[in-house]
Write a protein that binds this ligand. Structure first.
Ligand SMILES: Nc1ncnc2c1ncn2[C@@H]1O[C@H](COP(=O)(O)OP(=O)(O)OP(=O)(O)O)[C@@H](O)[C@H]1O
Ligand SMILES: [Mg+2]
Length: 385
């Protein structure tokens, strides 16, 4: 049995600034060195990598090691916001320019003056927003929504991140090639955790230190932990450690204390198993314990504790149970029937809608519509993420 001690600091930890940036593997040591060099240059940086790998941590590291470190680091998430809101968030707006614009508001670009603007999930930007961003990158001018002309010129370094493959988006005509090259002057790719096993151990110790707990792992449990594929990457590891801290009996972690998906599952199926376990747990909370979707699942999705794959899997469970009827899914998931539109908008905005045909076919022999019920456009004043 191995004691994973919270007291022994990870020698390879590079926790120089908040948030901690734990690095042990060769790949991450190289990334850390590149991030340091990127920080010293004024060039724009694109950070790529799967969900939960630490893109945000890298972006903050670049800022806090740059000459701009005393100026603001301002983050904008480009996903899950309507185009108008994103434009207003970036460039500001003038009073009366759209419903709800009660007063003039400065945009994040202005707030980031002399500092760094972190454009998270930049691959989700609409083509029109991409054009506006490109124009800003070319002339540094800010034109607020509803204004006739540019009002200010700002000095901002842009660091962008995405878990999408921008080259593929460019090939599909969904991302501007010129913008991609402008953003990707320096490219930092954060590898998934499954490709850097050395970091798993170091991160385990780091998160235990944060929780101020020592845990004793049986050899099998530690092996399962190290072998796991970590589809949710560092975020998932952090969540698992938090669970173990609370659930392990007497500070001992045996295989049976690990989440089901980690217990010597074949590595290649771990991702699918993980997803169905998350969906099972959420489904139980909603259907058996009577929790409401808006109170339980929605905040987890916004905090990115669950992915859109998890959410789709959950919706699938509901549709299976209700024979493909979204309105019944609402009742199952503890929502009022008045929430139909809000729920459908939410699913549509996050690309989480699931077609109903297979569930209706399974439930009855009569013909069912082949597509999802109509989705509504997201109202301009709905900020969903
Ligand atoms: N190298 C690291 N050292 C310490 N903590 C880390 C490291 N990498 C990630 N984390 C932690 O893991 C969690 C997820 O990281 P982060 O938010 O940076 O991921 P991300 O790639 O931006 O995810 P997403 O694609 O969902 O935006 C955070 O709590 C972060 O502090
Ligand atoms: Mg992030």
């Amino acid at each position: 049995m191995k004691v994973i001690s919270s007291a022994s600091p990870s020698s390879a930890s590079a926790a120089l600034e908040q948030p901690a940036f734990v690095v042990a593997s060769a790949a991450m040591t190289e990334l850390l060195a590149m991030s340091k060099r990127a920080a010293e240059s004024p060039a724009k940086v694109l950070i790529t990598g799967e969900s939960g790998v630490g893109k945000d941590v890298v972006a903050r590291y670049v800022h806090s090691h740059s000459s701009r470190k005393l100026a603001p680091f301002v983050a904008v998430n480009c996903a899950g916001v309507t185009e108008t809101l994103l434009e207003s968030e970036l460039f500001g707006h003038v009073k009366g320019s759209f419903t709800g614009a009660y007063r003039d508001k400065r945009g994040k670009l202005q707030l980031a003056h002399r500092g760094t603007l972190f454009l998270d999930e930049v691959g989700e930007m609409s083509l029109r927003m991409q054009a506006l961003l490109l124009r800003f990158l070319e002339n540094g001018e800010i034109q607020a929504v509803g204004a006739d002309q540019p009002q200010a010129r700002v000095d901002v370094r842009v660091v962008a991140a995405t878990n999408r493959n921008l080259d593929e988006l460019v090939a599909a005509g969904r991302f501007r090639e010129d913008l991609m090259y402008r953003l990707r002057v320096i490219h930092l790719h954060v590898p998934p955790l499954r490709e850097r096993a050395e970091d798993v151990h170091a991160l385990l110790r780091h998160f235990l230190a944060l929780a101020d707990r020592d845990l004793r792992f049986t050899d099998d449990a530690l092996q399962a932990f190290l072998d796991y594929r970590w589809p949710g990457n560092v975020r998932e590891l952090r969540n698992v450690v938090e669970q173990l801290v609370w659930l392990s009996v007497g500070g001992v972690v045996a295989v049976e204390h690990l989440p089901v998906s980690m217990r010597s599952e074949p590595r290649l199926t771990a991702s699918v198993d993980h997803r169905s376990r998350v969906a099972d747990e959420l489904y139980d909370a909603l259907v058996k314990q009577g929790a409401s979707f808006w109170d339980r699942v929605y905040p987890m999705f916004l905090a990115r504790d669950i992915t859109r794959h998890d959410l789709r899997e959950l919706v699938r469970r509901g549709l299976r149970e209700s024979g493909g009827r979204y309105r019944e899914v609402l009742a199952l998931f503890g929502m009022s029937s008045r929430d139909y539109r809000r729920f459908m908008n939410f699913l549509a905005a996050h690309d989480c809608g699931v077609g109903v045909r297979e569930f209706r076919d399974a439930a009855s022999s009569h013909q069912a519509p082949a597509k999802m019920p109509p989705l509504y456009s997201v109202p301009a004043d709905t900020r969903v993420q």
